[in-house]
Design a protein around this ligand. Structure first.
Ligand SMILES: [Fe+2]
Length: 271
């Protein structure tokens, strides 16, 4: 798969942090000692590096890391997924969504993480590899991630699960802490809510590399907006994703793959 561009620009990052901390452009301009017009220009994409650094500082973002993204210097290192994982990147409006399939080559049992906007890729991999889909695990309930759930369930008869704080029709719910076993794969669940009320990160062990399937909790160089609770989005990411070993591969719901080590070094939300 060709490298997917970063999900968020510097302007998206500053906008998310400003909304999360309750600053409108007027308040942000006052905090930064600048004009509302200048702040609005940055929020619409003007790369005024001095003001970007100033705003980042006021918003408790890493100024150096936001500026590095504004200058196009941060490029996530290419991540090679281990054997037994497939990554799908499907279109949604003017963006794309990631979904994943992992399997145990011996037992031929597979687990799908989200559905993206088109589950044909998953169905093709199942057929090509001779796999049985045992379970569908959902990171959160936002439409772009689960739009094909009905079709994937209908085609595979696999049961779907979602965290109990975010129930939807067609999926059973579980309390965070539950584990799943799919052949030799062991999947543990961690709360990464804040972007959504019951967002879950699935940690997959049993392949050559550990995976964290995080949904929109964290992205390479950014994170999902803290729509429900910005402080909780920050703290659950810190406590439940960034504490994983550095070589853990982060599989986000949007944008390129990355690793825990790389996000500890490059993500502006976690200076
Ligand atoms: Fe989302």
């Amino acid at each position: 798969m060709k490298q997917i561009p970063l999900e968020d620009t510097f302007a998206d990052i500053i906008g998310k942090a400003a909304r999360g901390r309750g600053y409108d452009p007027v308040a942000l301009a006052a905090a930064a000692g600048n004009t509302e017009a200048a702040v609005r220009e940055v929020l619409s994409g003007k790369a005024d590096l001095a003001l970007i650094a100033e705003l980042a500082e006021k918003l408790s973002l890493s100024p150096e890391r936001v500026v590095s993204i504004a200058k196009g210097e941060y490029k996530p290192a290419a991540v090679e997924l281990p054997a037994g994982v497939a990554h799908y990147n499907t279109p949604f409006d003017d963006m794309t969504v990631n979904s994943f399939l992992a399997w145990d080559a011996e037992s031929k049992k597979a687990v799908a993480f989200d559905t993206g906007t088109d589950c044909d890729g998953v169905l093709e991999t199942l057929a090509k590899e001779g796999l049985t889909l045992e379970v569908i695990l959902l990171t959160h309930s936002h439409g772009d991630h689960i739009i094909e759930l009905d079709r994937l369930v209908e085609k595979t008869k696999a049961p779907a699960w979602i965290g109990e704080k975010e129930p939807i029709e067609g999926a059973q719910t579980f309390a965070v802490g539950k584990t799943f076993e799919v052949g030799k794969l062991k999947i543990s669940t961690r709360s990464t809510w804040g972007h959504s009320p019951g967002g879950v990160t699935y940690v997959v062990e049993g392949l050559a590399s550990r995976l964290a399937i995080v949904g929109d909790a964290i992205f390479a160089g950014s994170m999902g907006g803290g729509n429900v609770s910005y402080p909780s989005a920050l703290s659950t990411n810190r406590e439940n994703i960034l504490t994983l070993p550095d070589d853990t591969i982060i599989c986000p719901g949007h944008g390129p793959l990355t690793t825990v080590g790389e996000q500890k070094a490059a993500n502006p939300f976690f200076p």
